[in-house]
Design a protein around this ligand. Structure first.
Ligand SMILES: O=C(O)[C@H](O)[C@H](O)COP(=O)(O)O
Ligand SMILES: [Mg+2]
Length: 300
């Protein structure tokens, strides 16, 4: 049973228990470019209390560096080395875990976040924001030349997804021997500033259906994301809390990593998902309405 937080004492006890605070972003800190009320103040309180903050997002549309730009623009203090996105985790996975040979490349369905992180990791790629792929023209195999050096397809949130991109990815995954099917994450929906939109999982779904094959997913809840963080940051899982808005990514990710978990109700999860007959079997340690609630902690 999750503990519902409501009083200053509840929030104070959380600050006493945890040294490292891992924050999901979409639905926890912001919706699109609209900050959630109280988020900035609470992050300031935590920094003043000497807590280590990490930002762990499945949103692959931006690289760590361009996320730093978003944090700056929104007036939220953050360093690049505190930011871990699924585009970064995917690029590290391809270069350091999969060890894609240098003469091979990745076909990308995705945005600049994935491209910038692959470039940073020295991984060659095609597709992505290439204007030749961002077309609504019908795709024809007659005019298509298969690139035999594509050793992996990586699919993430892509607001310009189209039939050409899906068709090219399908060719590589069915005709290049050993071509790996990777996705940055599988979130079904994306909590934008004005409501829910299809998420990265909905972008790769047509390929899963056509291929009758599941991809390797690198973002939350996969351990690859935590491995990526632990390769850079030392923290004690027992004194670390993961704060998220989605049960099957953020909370599962925390639980799989032996972290404590705090669910906030400002994003994807609804009350009916955690109470009543259809409640999820994924149960966070703590629940509160919004990260802004932590402003109730006793002043220093
Ligand atoms: O569709 C997506 O990629 C996700 O909904 C979204 O980007 C999740 O981001 P997070 O909540 O992990 O910050
Ligand atoms: Mg979220």
């Amino acid at each position: 049973m999750a503990a519902r937080l409501s009083s200053p004492e509840h929030y104070d006890s959380l600050l006493d228990k945890f040294d490292t605070w891992m924050f999901d972003c979409d639905g926890v800190l912001w919706h699109g470019d609209r900050l959630i009320d109280g988020a900035v103040e609470v992050l300031d309180i935590l920094r003043k209390r000497g807590k280590r903050l990490l930002f762990v997002t499945n949103n692959a549309s931006k690289s760590r560096k361009s996320y730093k730009g978003k944090f700056d623009q929104l007036g939220v203090e953050a360093r690049v080395d505190e930011i871990y996105g699924s585009a970064y985790a995917a690029a590290v996975y391809i270069s350091s875990v999969m060890k894609l040979p240098k003469d091979k490349k990745v076909y990308v369905i995705g945005m600049t976040g994935i491209e910038e992180e692959l470039r940073e990791e020295g991984v060659s790629f095609i597709g992505g924001t290439d204007p030749a792929d961002c077309t609504l023209e019908p795709f024809s195999l007659t005019n298509f030349t298969l690139d035999p050096d594509v050793g992996a397809v990586l699919c993430g949130l892509d607001v310009h997804v189209n039939y050409t991109k899906l068709s090219k990815a399908f060719q590589y995954l069915t005709r290049n021997p050993g071509c790996q099917f990777l996705v940055t994450n599988e979130d079904s929906t994306y909590p934008s500033a004005d409501g829910l939109l299809p998420g990265a999982g909905a972008i790769s779904a047509p390929l899963r259906f056509a291929l009758e094959k599941d991809p390797i997913s690198i973002g939350k809840p996969a351990k690859t994301m935590l491995d990526c963080i632990q390769a850079k940051v030392h923290f004690d899982p027992k004194r670390t809390i993961m704060i998220g808005d989605r049960l099957n990514t953020d909370i599962l990710f925390g639980q799989a990593g032996g972290l404590s978990t705090l669910l906030v109700m400002t994003g994807i999860t609804l009350e009916k998902d955690i109470t009543g007959p259809n409640a999820s079997t994924i149960v966070p340690d703590y629940v509160t309405g919004s990260i802004g609630d932590l402003r109730a902690v006793k002043a220093l």
